[in-house]
Design a protein around this ligand. Sequence first.
Ligand code: FAD
Length: 380
Amino acid sequence: MNNTLIVGGGPIGLNLAARIASEGWQADVLEEHPQIGKPVHCSGLISASGCEELNLNVSDILLNEIKGARIYSPENKVIEVRRKKTVANLVDRALFDKMFYEKAKKAGAKIHLRSKLINVKNNTVFFQKKKRGEIKKAQYVVGADGVQSKIRDLMGINIDKNLFVHAYQEHVEGYFEKDMVEVHFGKFAPGYFGWIIPKNESTAEVGLAVTLGSMNPAEAFKKFVEEKKLGIKTVSKDSALIPCGPPLKTIMENNMFLVGDAGFQTKATSGGGLMLGLQSSNVLADTILNNIKSKTSLDKYALNMNKINKELMMHWKIYSYYQSLSEKALNKLFVQAQNAGIEQFLEEFGDMDKPSRFIGKILKKPKMWSLVPMALKILR
Ligand SMILES: Cc1cc2nc3c(=O)[nH]c(=O)nc-3n(C[C@H](O)[C@H](O)[C@H](O)COP(=O)(O)OP(=O)(O)OC[C@H]3O[C@@H](n4cnc5c(N)ncnc54)[C@H](O)[C@@H]3O)c2cc1C
């Protein structure tokens, strides 16, 4: 029995299934929804560098190319980072998931729709398929079942509610600068921020997140739109939780594994989980395949996640640092960073997935030395 059962037909679970099935091993995916990619709870913004690293060709599902970001402090101090070349790709998230579905199917993985995980007892997985109880035996059981993971619950891992943010997003019509995203800090989004991600000049994903339980996110969104005078027209809306914490220490136990949002392999600074989640699923695929082929220890999963965890941890430390500041201190930091030349620095060294590539560099650039206390607090 060398089969892998993956709970969750999101991009992370499907990529894992594709990797395992492409080497000729059995991979089954349980997905509770009747179709892959729906409903969508995501803006679909992914780094261009991540796409390159993962060899992902997104040209068929590309909606927009983003060149930079404008970040607003609570008092509207602005840091603008703009590059000549594309920094991030905005993709159609439903088609993104379908791309991984096709890849998994083509590789020979079996994807079971309308199939909801109920329980796991050792190697036996209990699920409900079209309302009928079924069981499957599996050597490896993977929770790629998202932010509210059932597998994580079954592993006995409890997460503090403060480590989730509640996001609310609207697809809207309005007027937008096509190749710039906006990030807005302010009282309207306690514990997080608001965002504007343009699809083109006249449509965008506009949203925000708040610490879970701090405020109703739809009410917070109204305040954000009013305060920033966004002048937008709602086309559709959605709301979901996002993991916002350090990567989980326990991501495997016996034959059960966590990957993607289920394992908090999500960037705390932005809520983005696609790129590092996909990279993590490649690490898990290698671990399982090496265990099947040469009995290499499954503990290697946690060990081989070290490099990605270092980045996830850095996202968490940056997030924790700026969340610890008062509004006044955050405004002050914006001004200080502007004066130190942060815009040119980030244009040169910024990386939306891998902050370790630039945080350490602050220490080496004399012009940036006024930010050294901040860098040291983050790095400690
Ligand atoms: C408003 C919003 C905007 C976002 N924008 C971005 C962005 O721009 N860029 C980015 O990188 N990330 C973004 N994210 C985060 C991103 O959506 C997640 O990180 C990503 O979806 C994680 O992928 P996953 O495969 O781990 O989980 P999911 O995509 O959540 O997939 C999990 C799957 O498991 C299924 N499932 C759950 N429980 C069961 C069960 N018991 N049985 C069977 N199936 C089950 C679910 O139906 C789902 O299909 C955003 C999130 C939100 C909420």
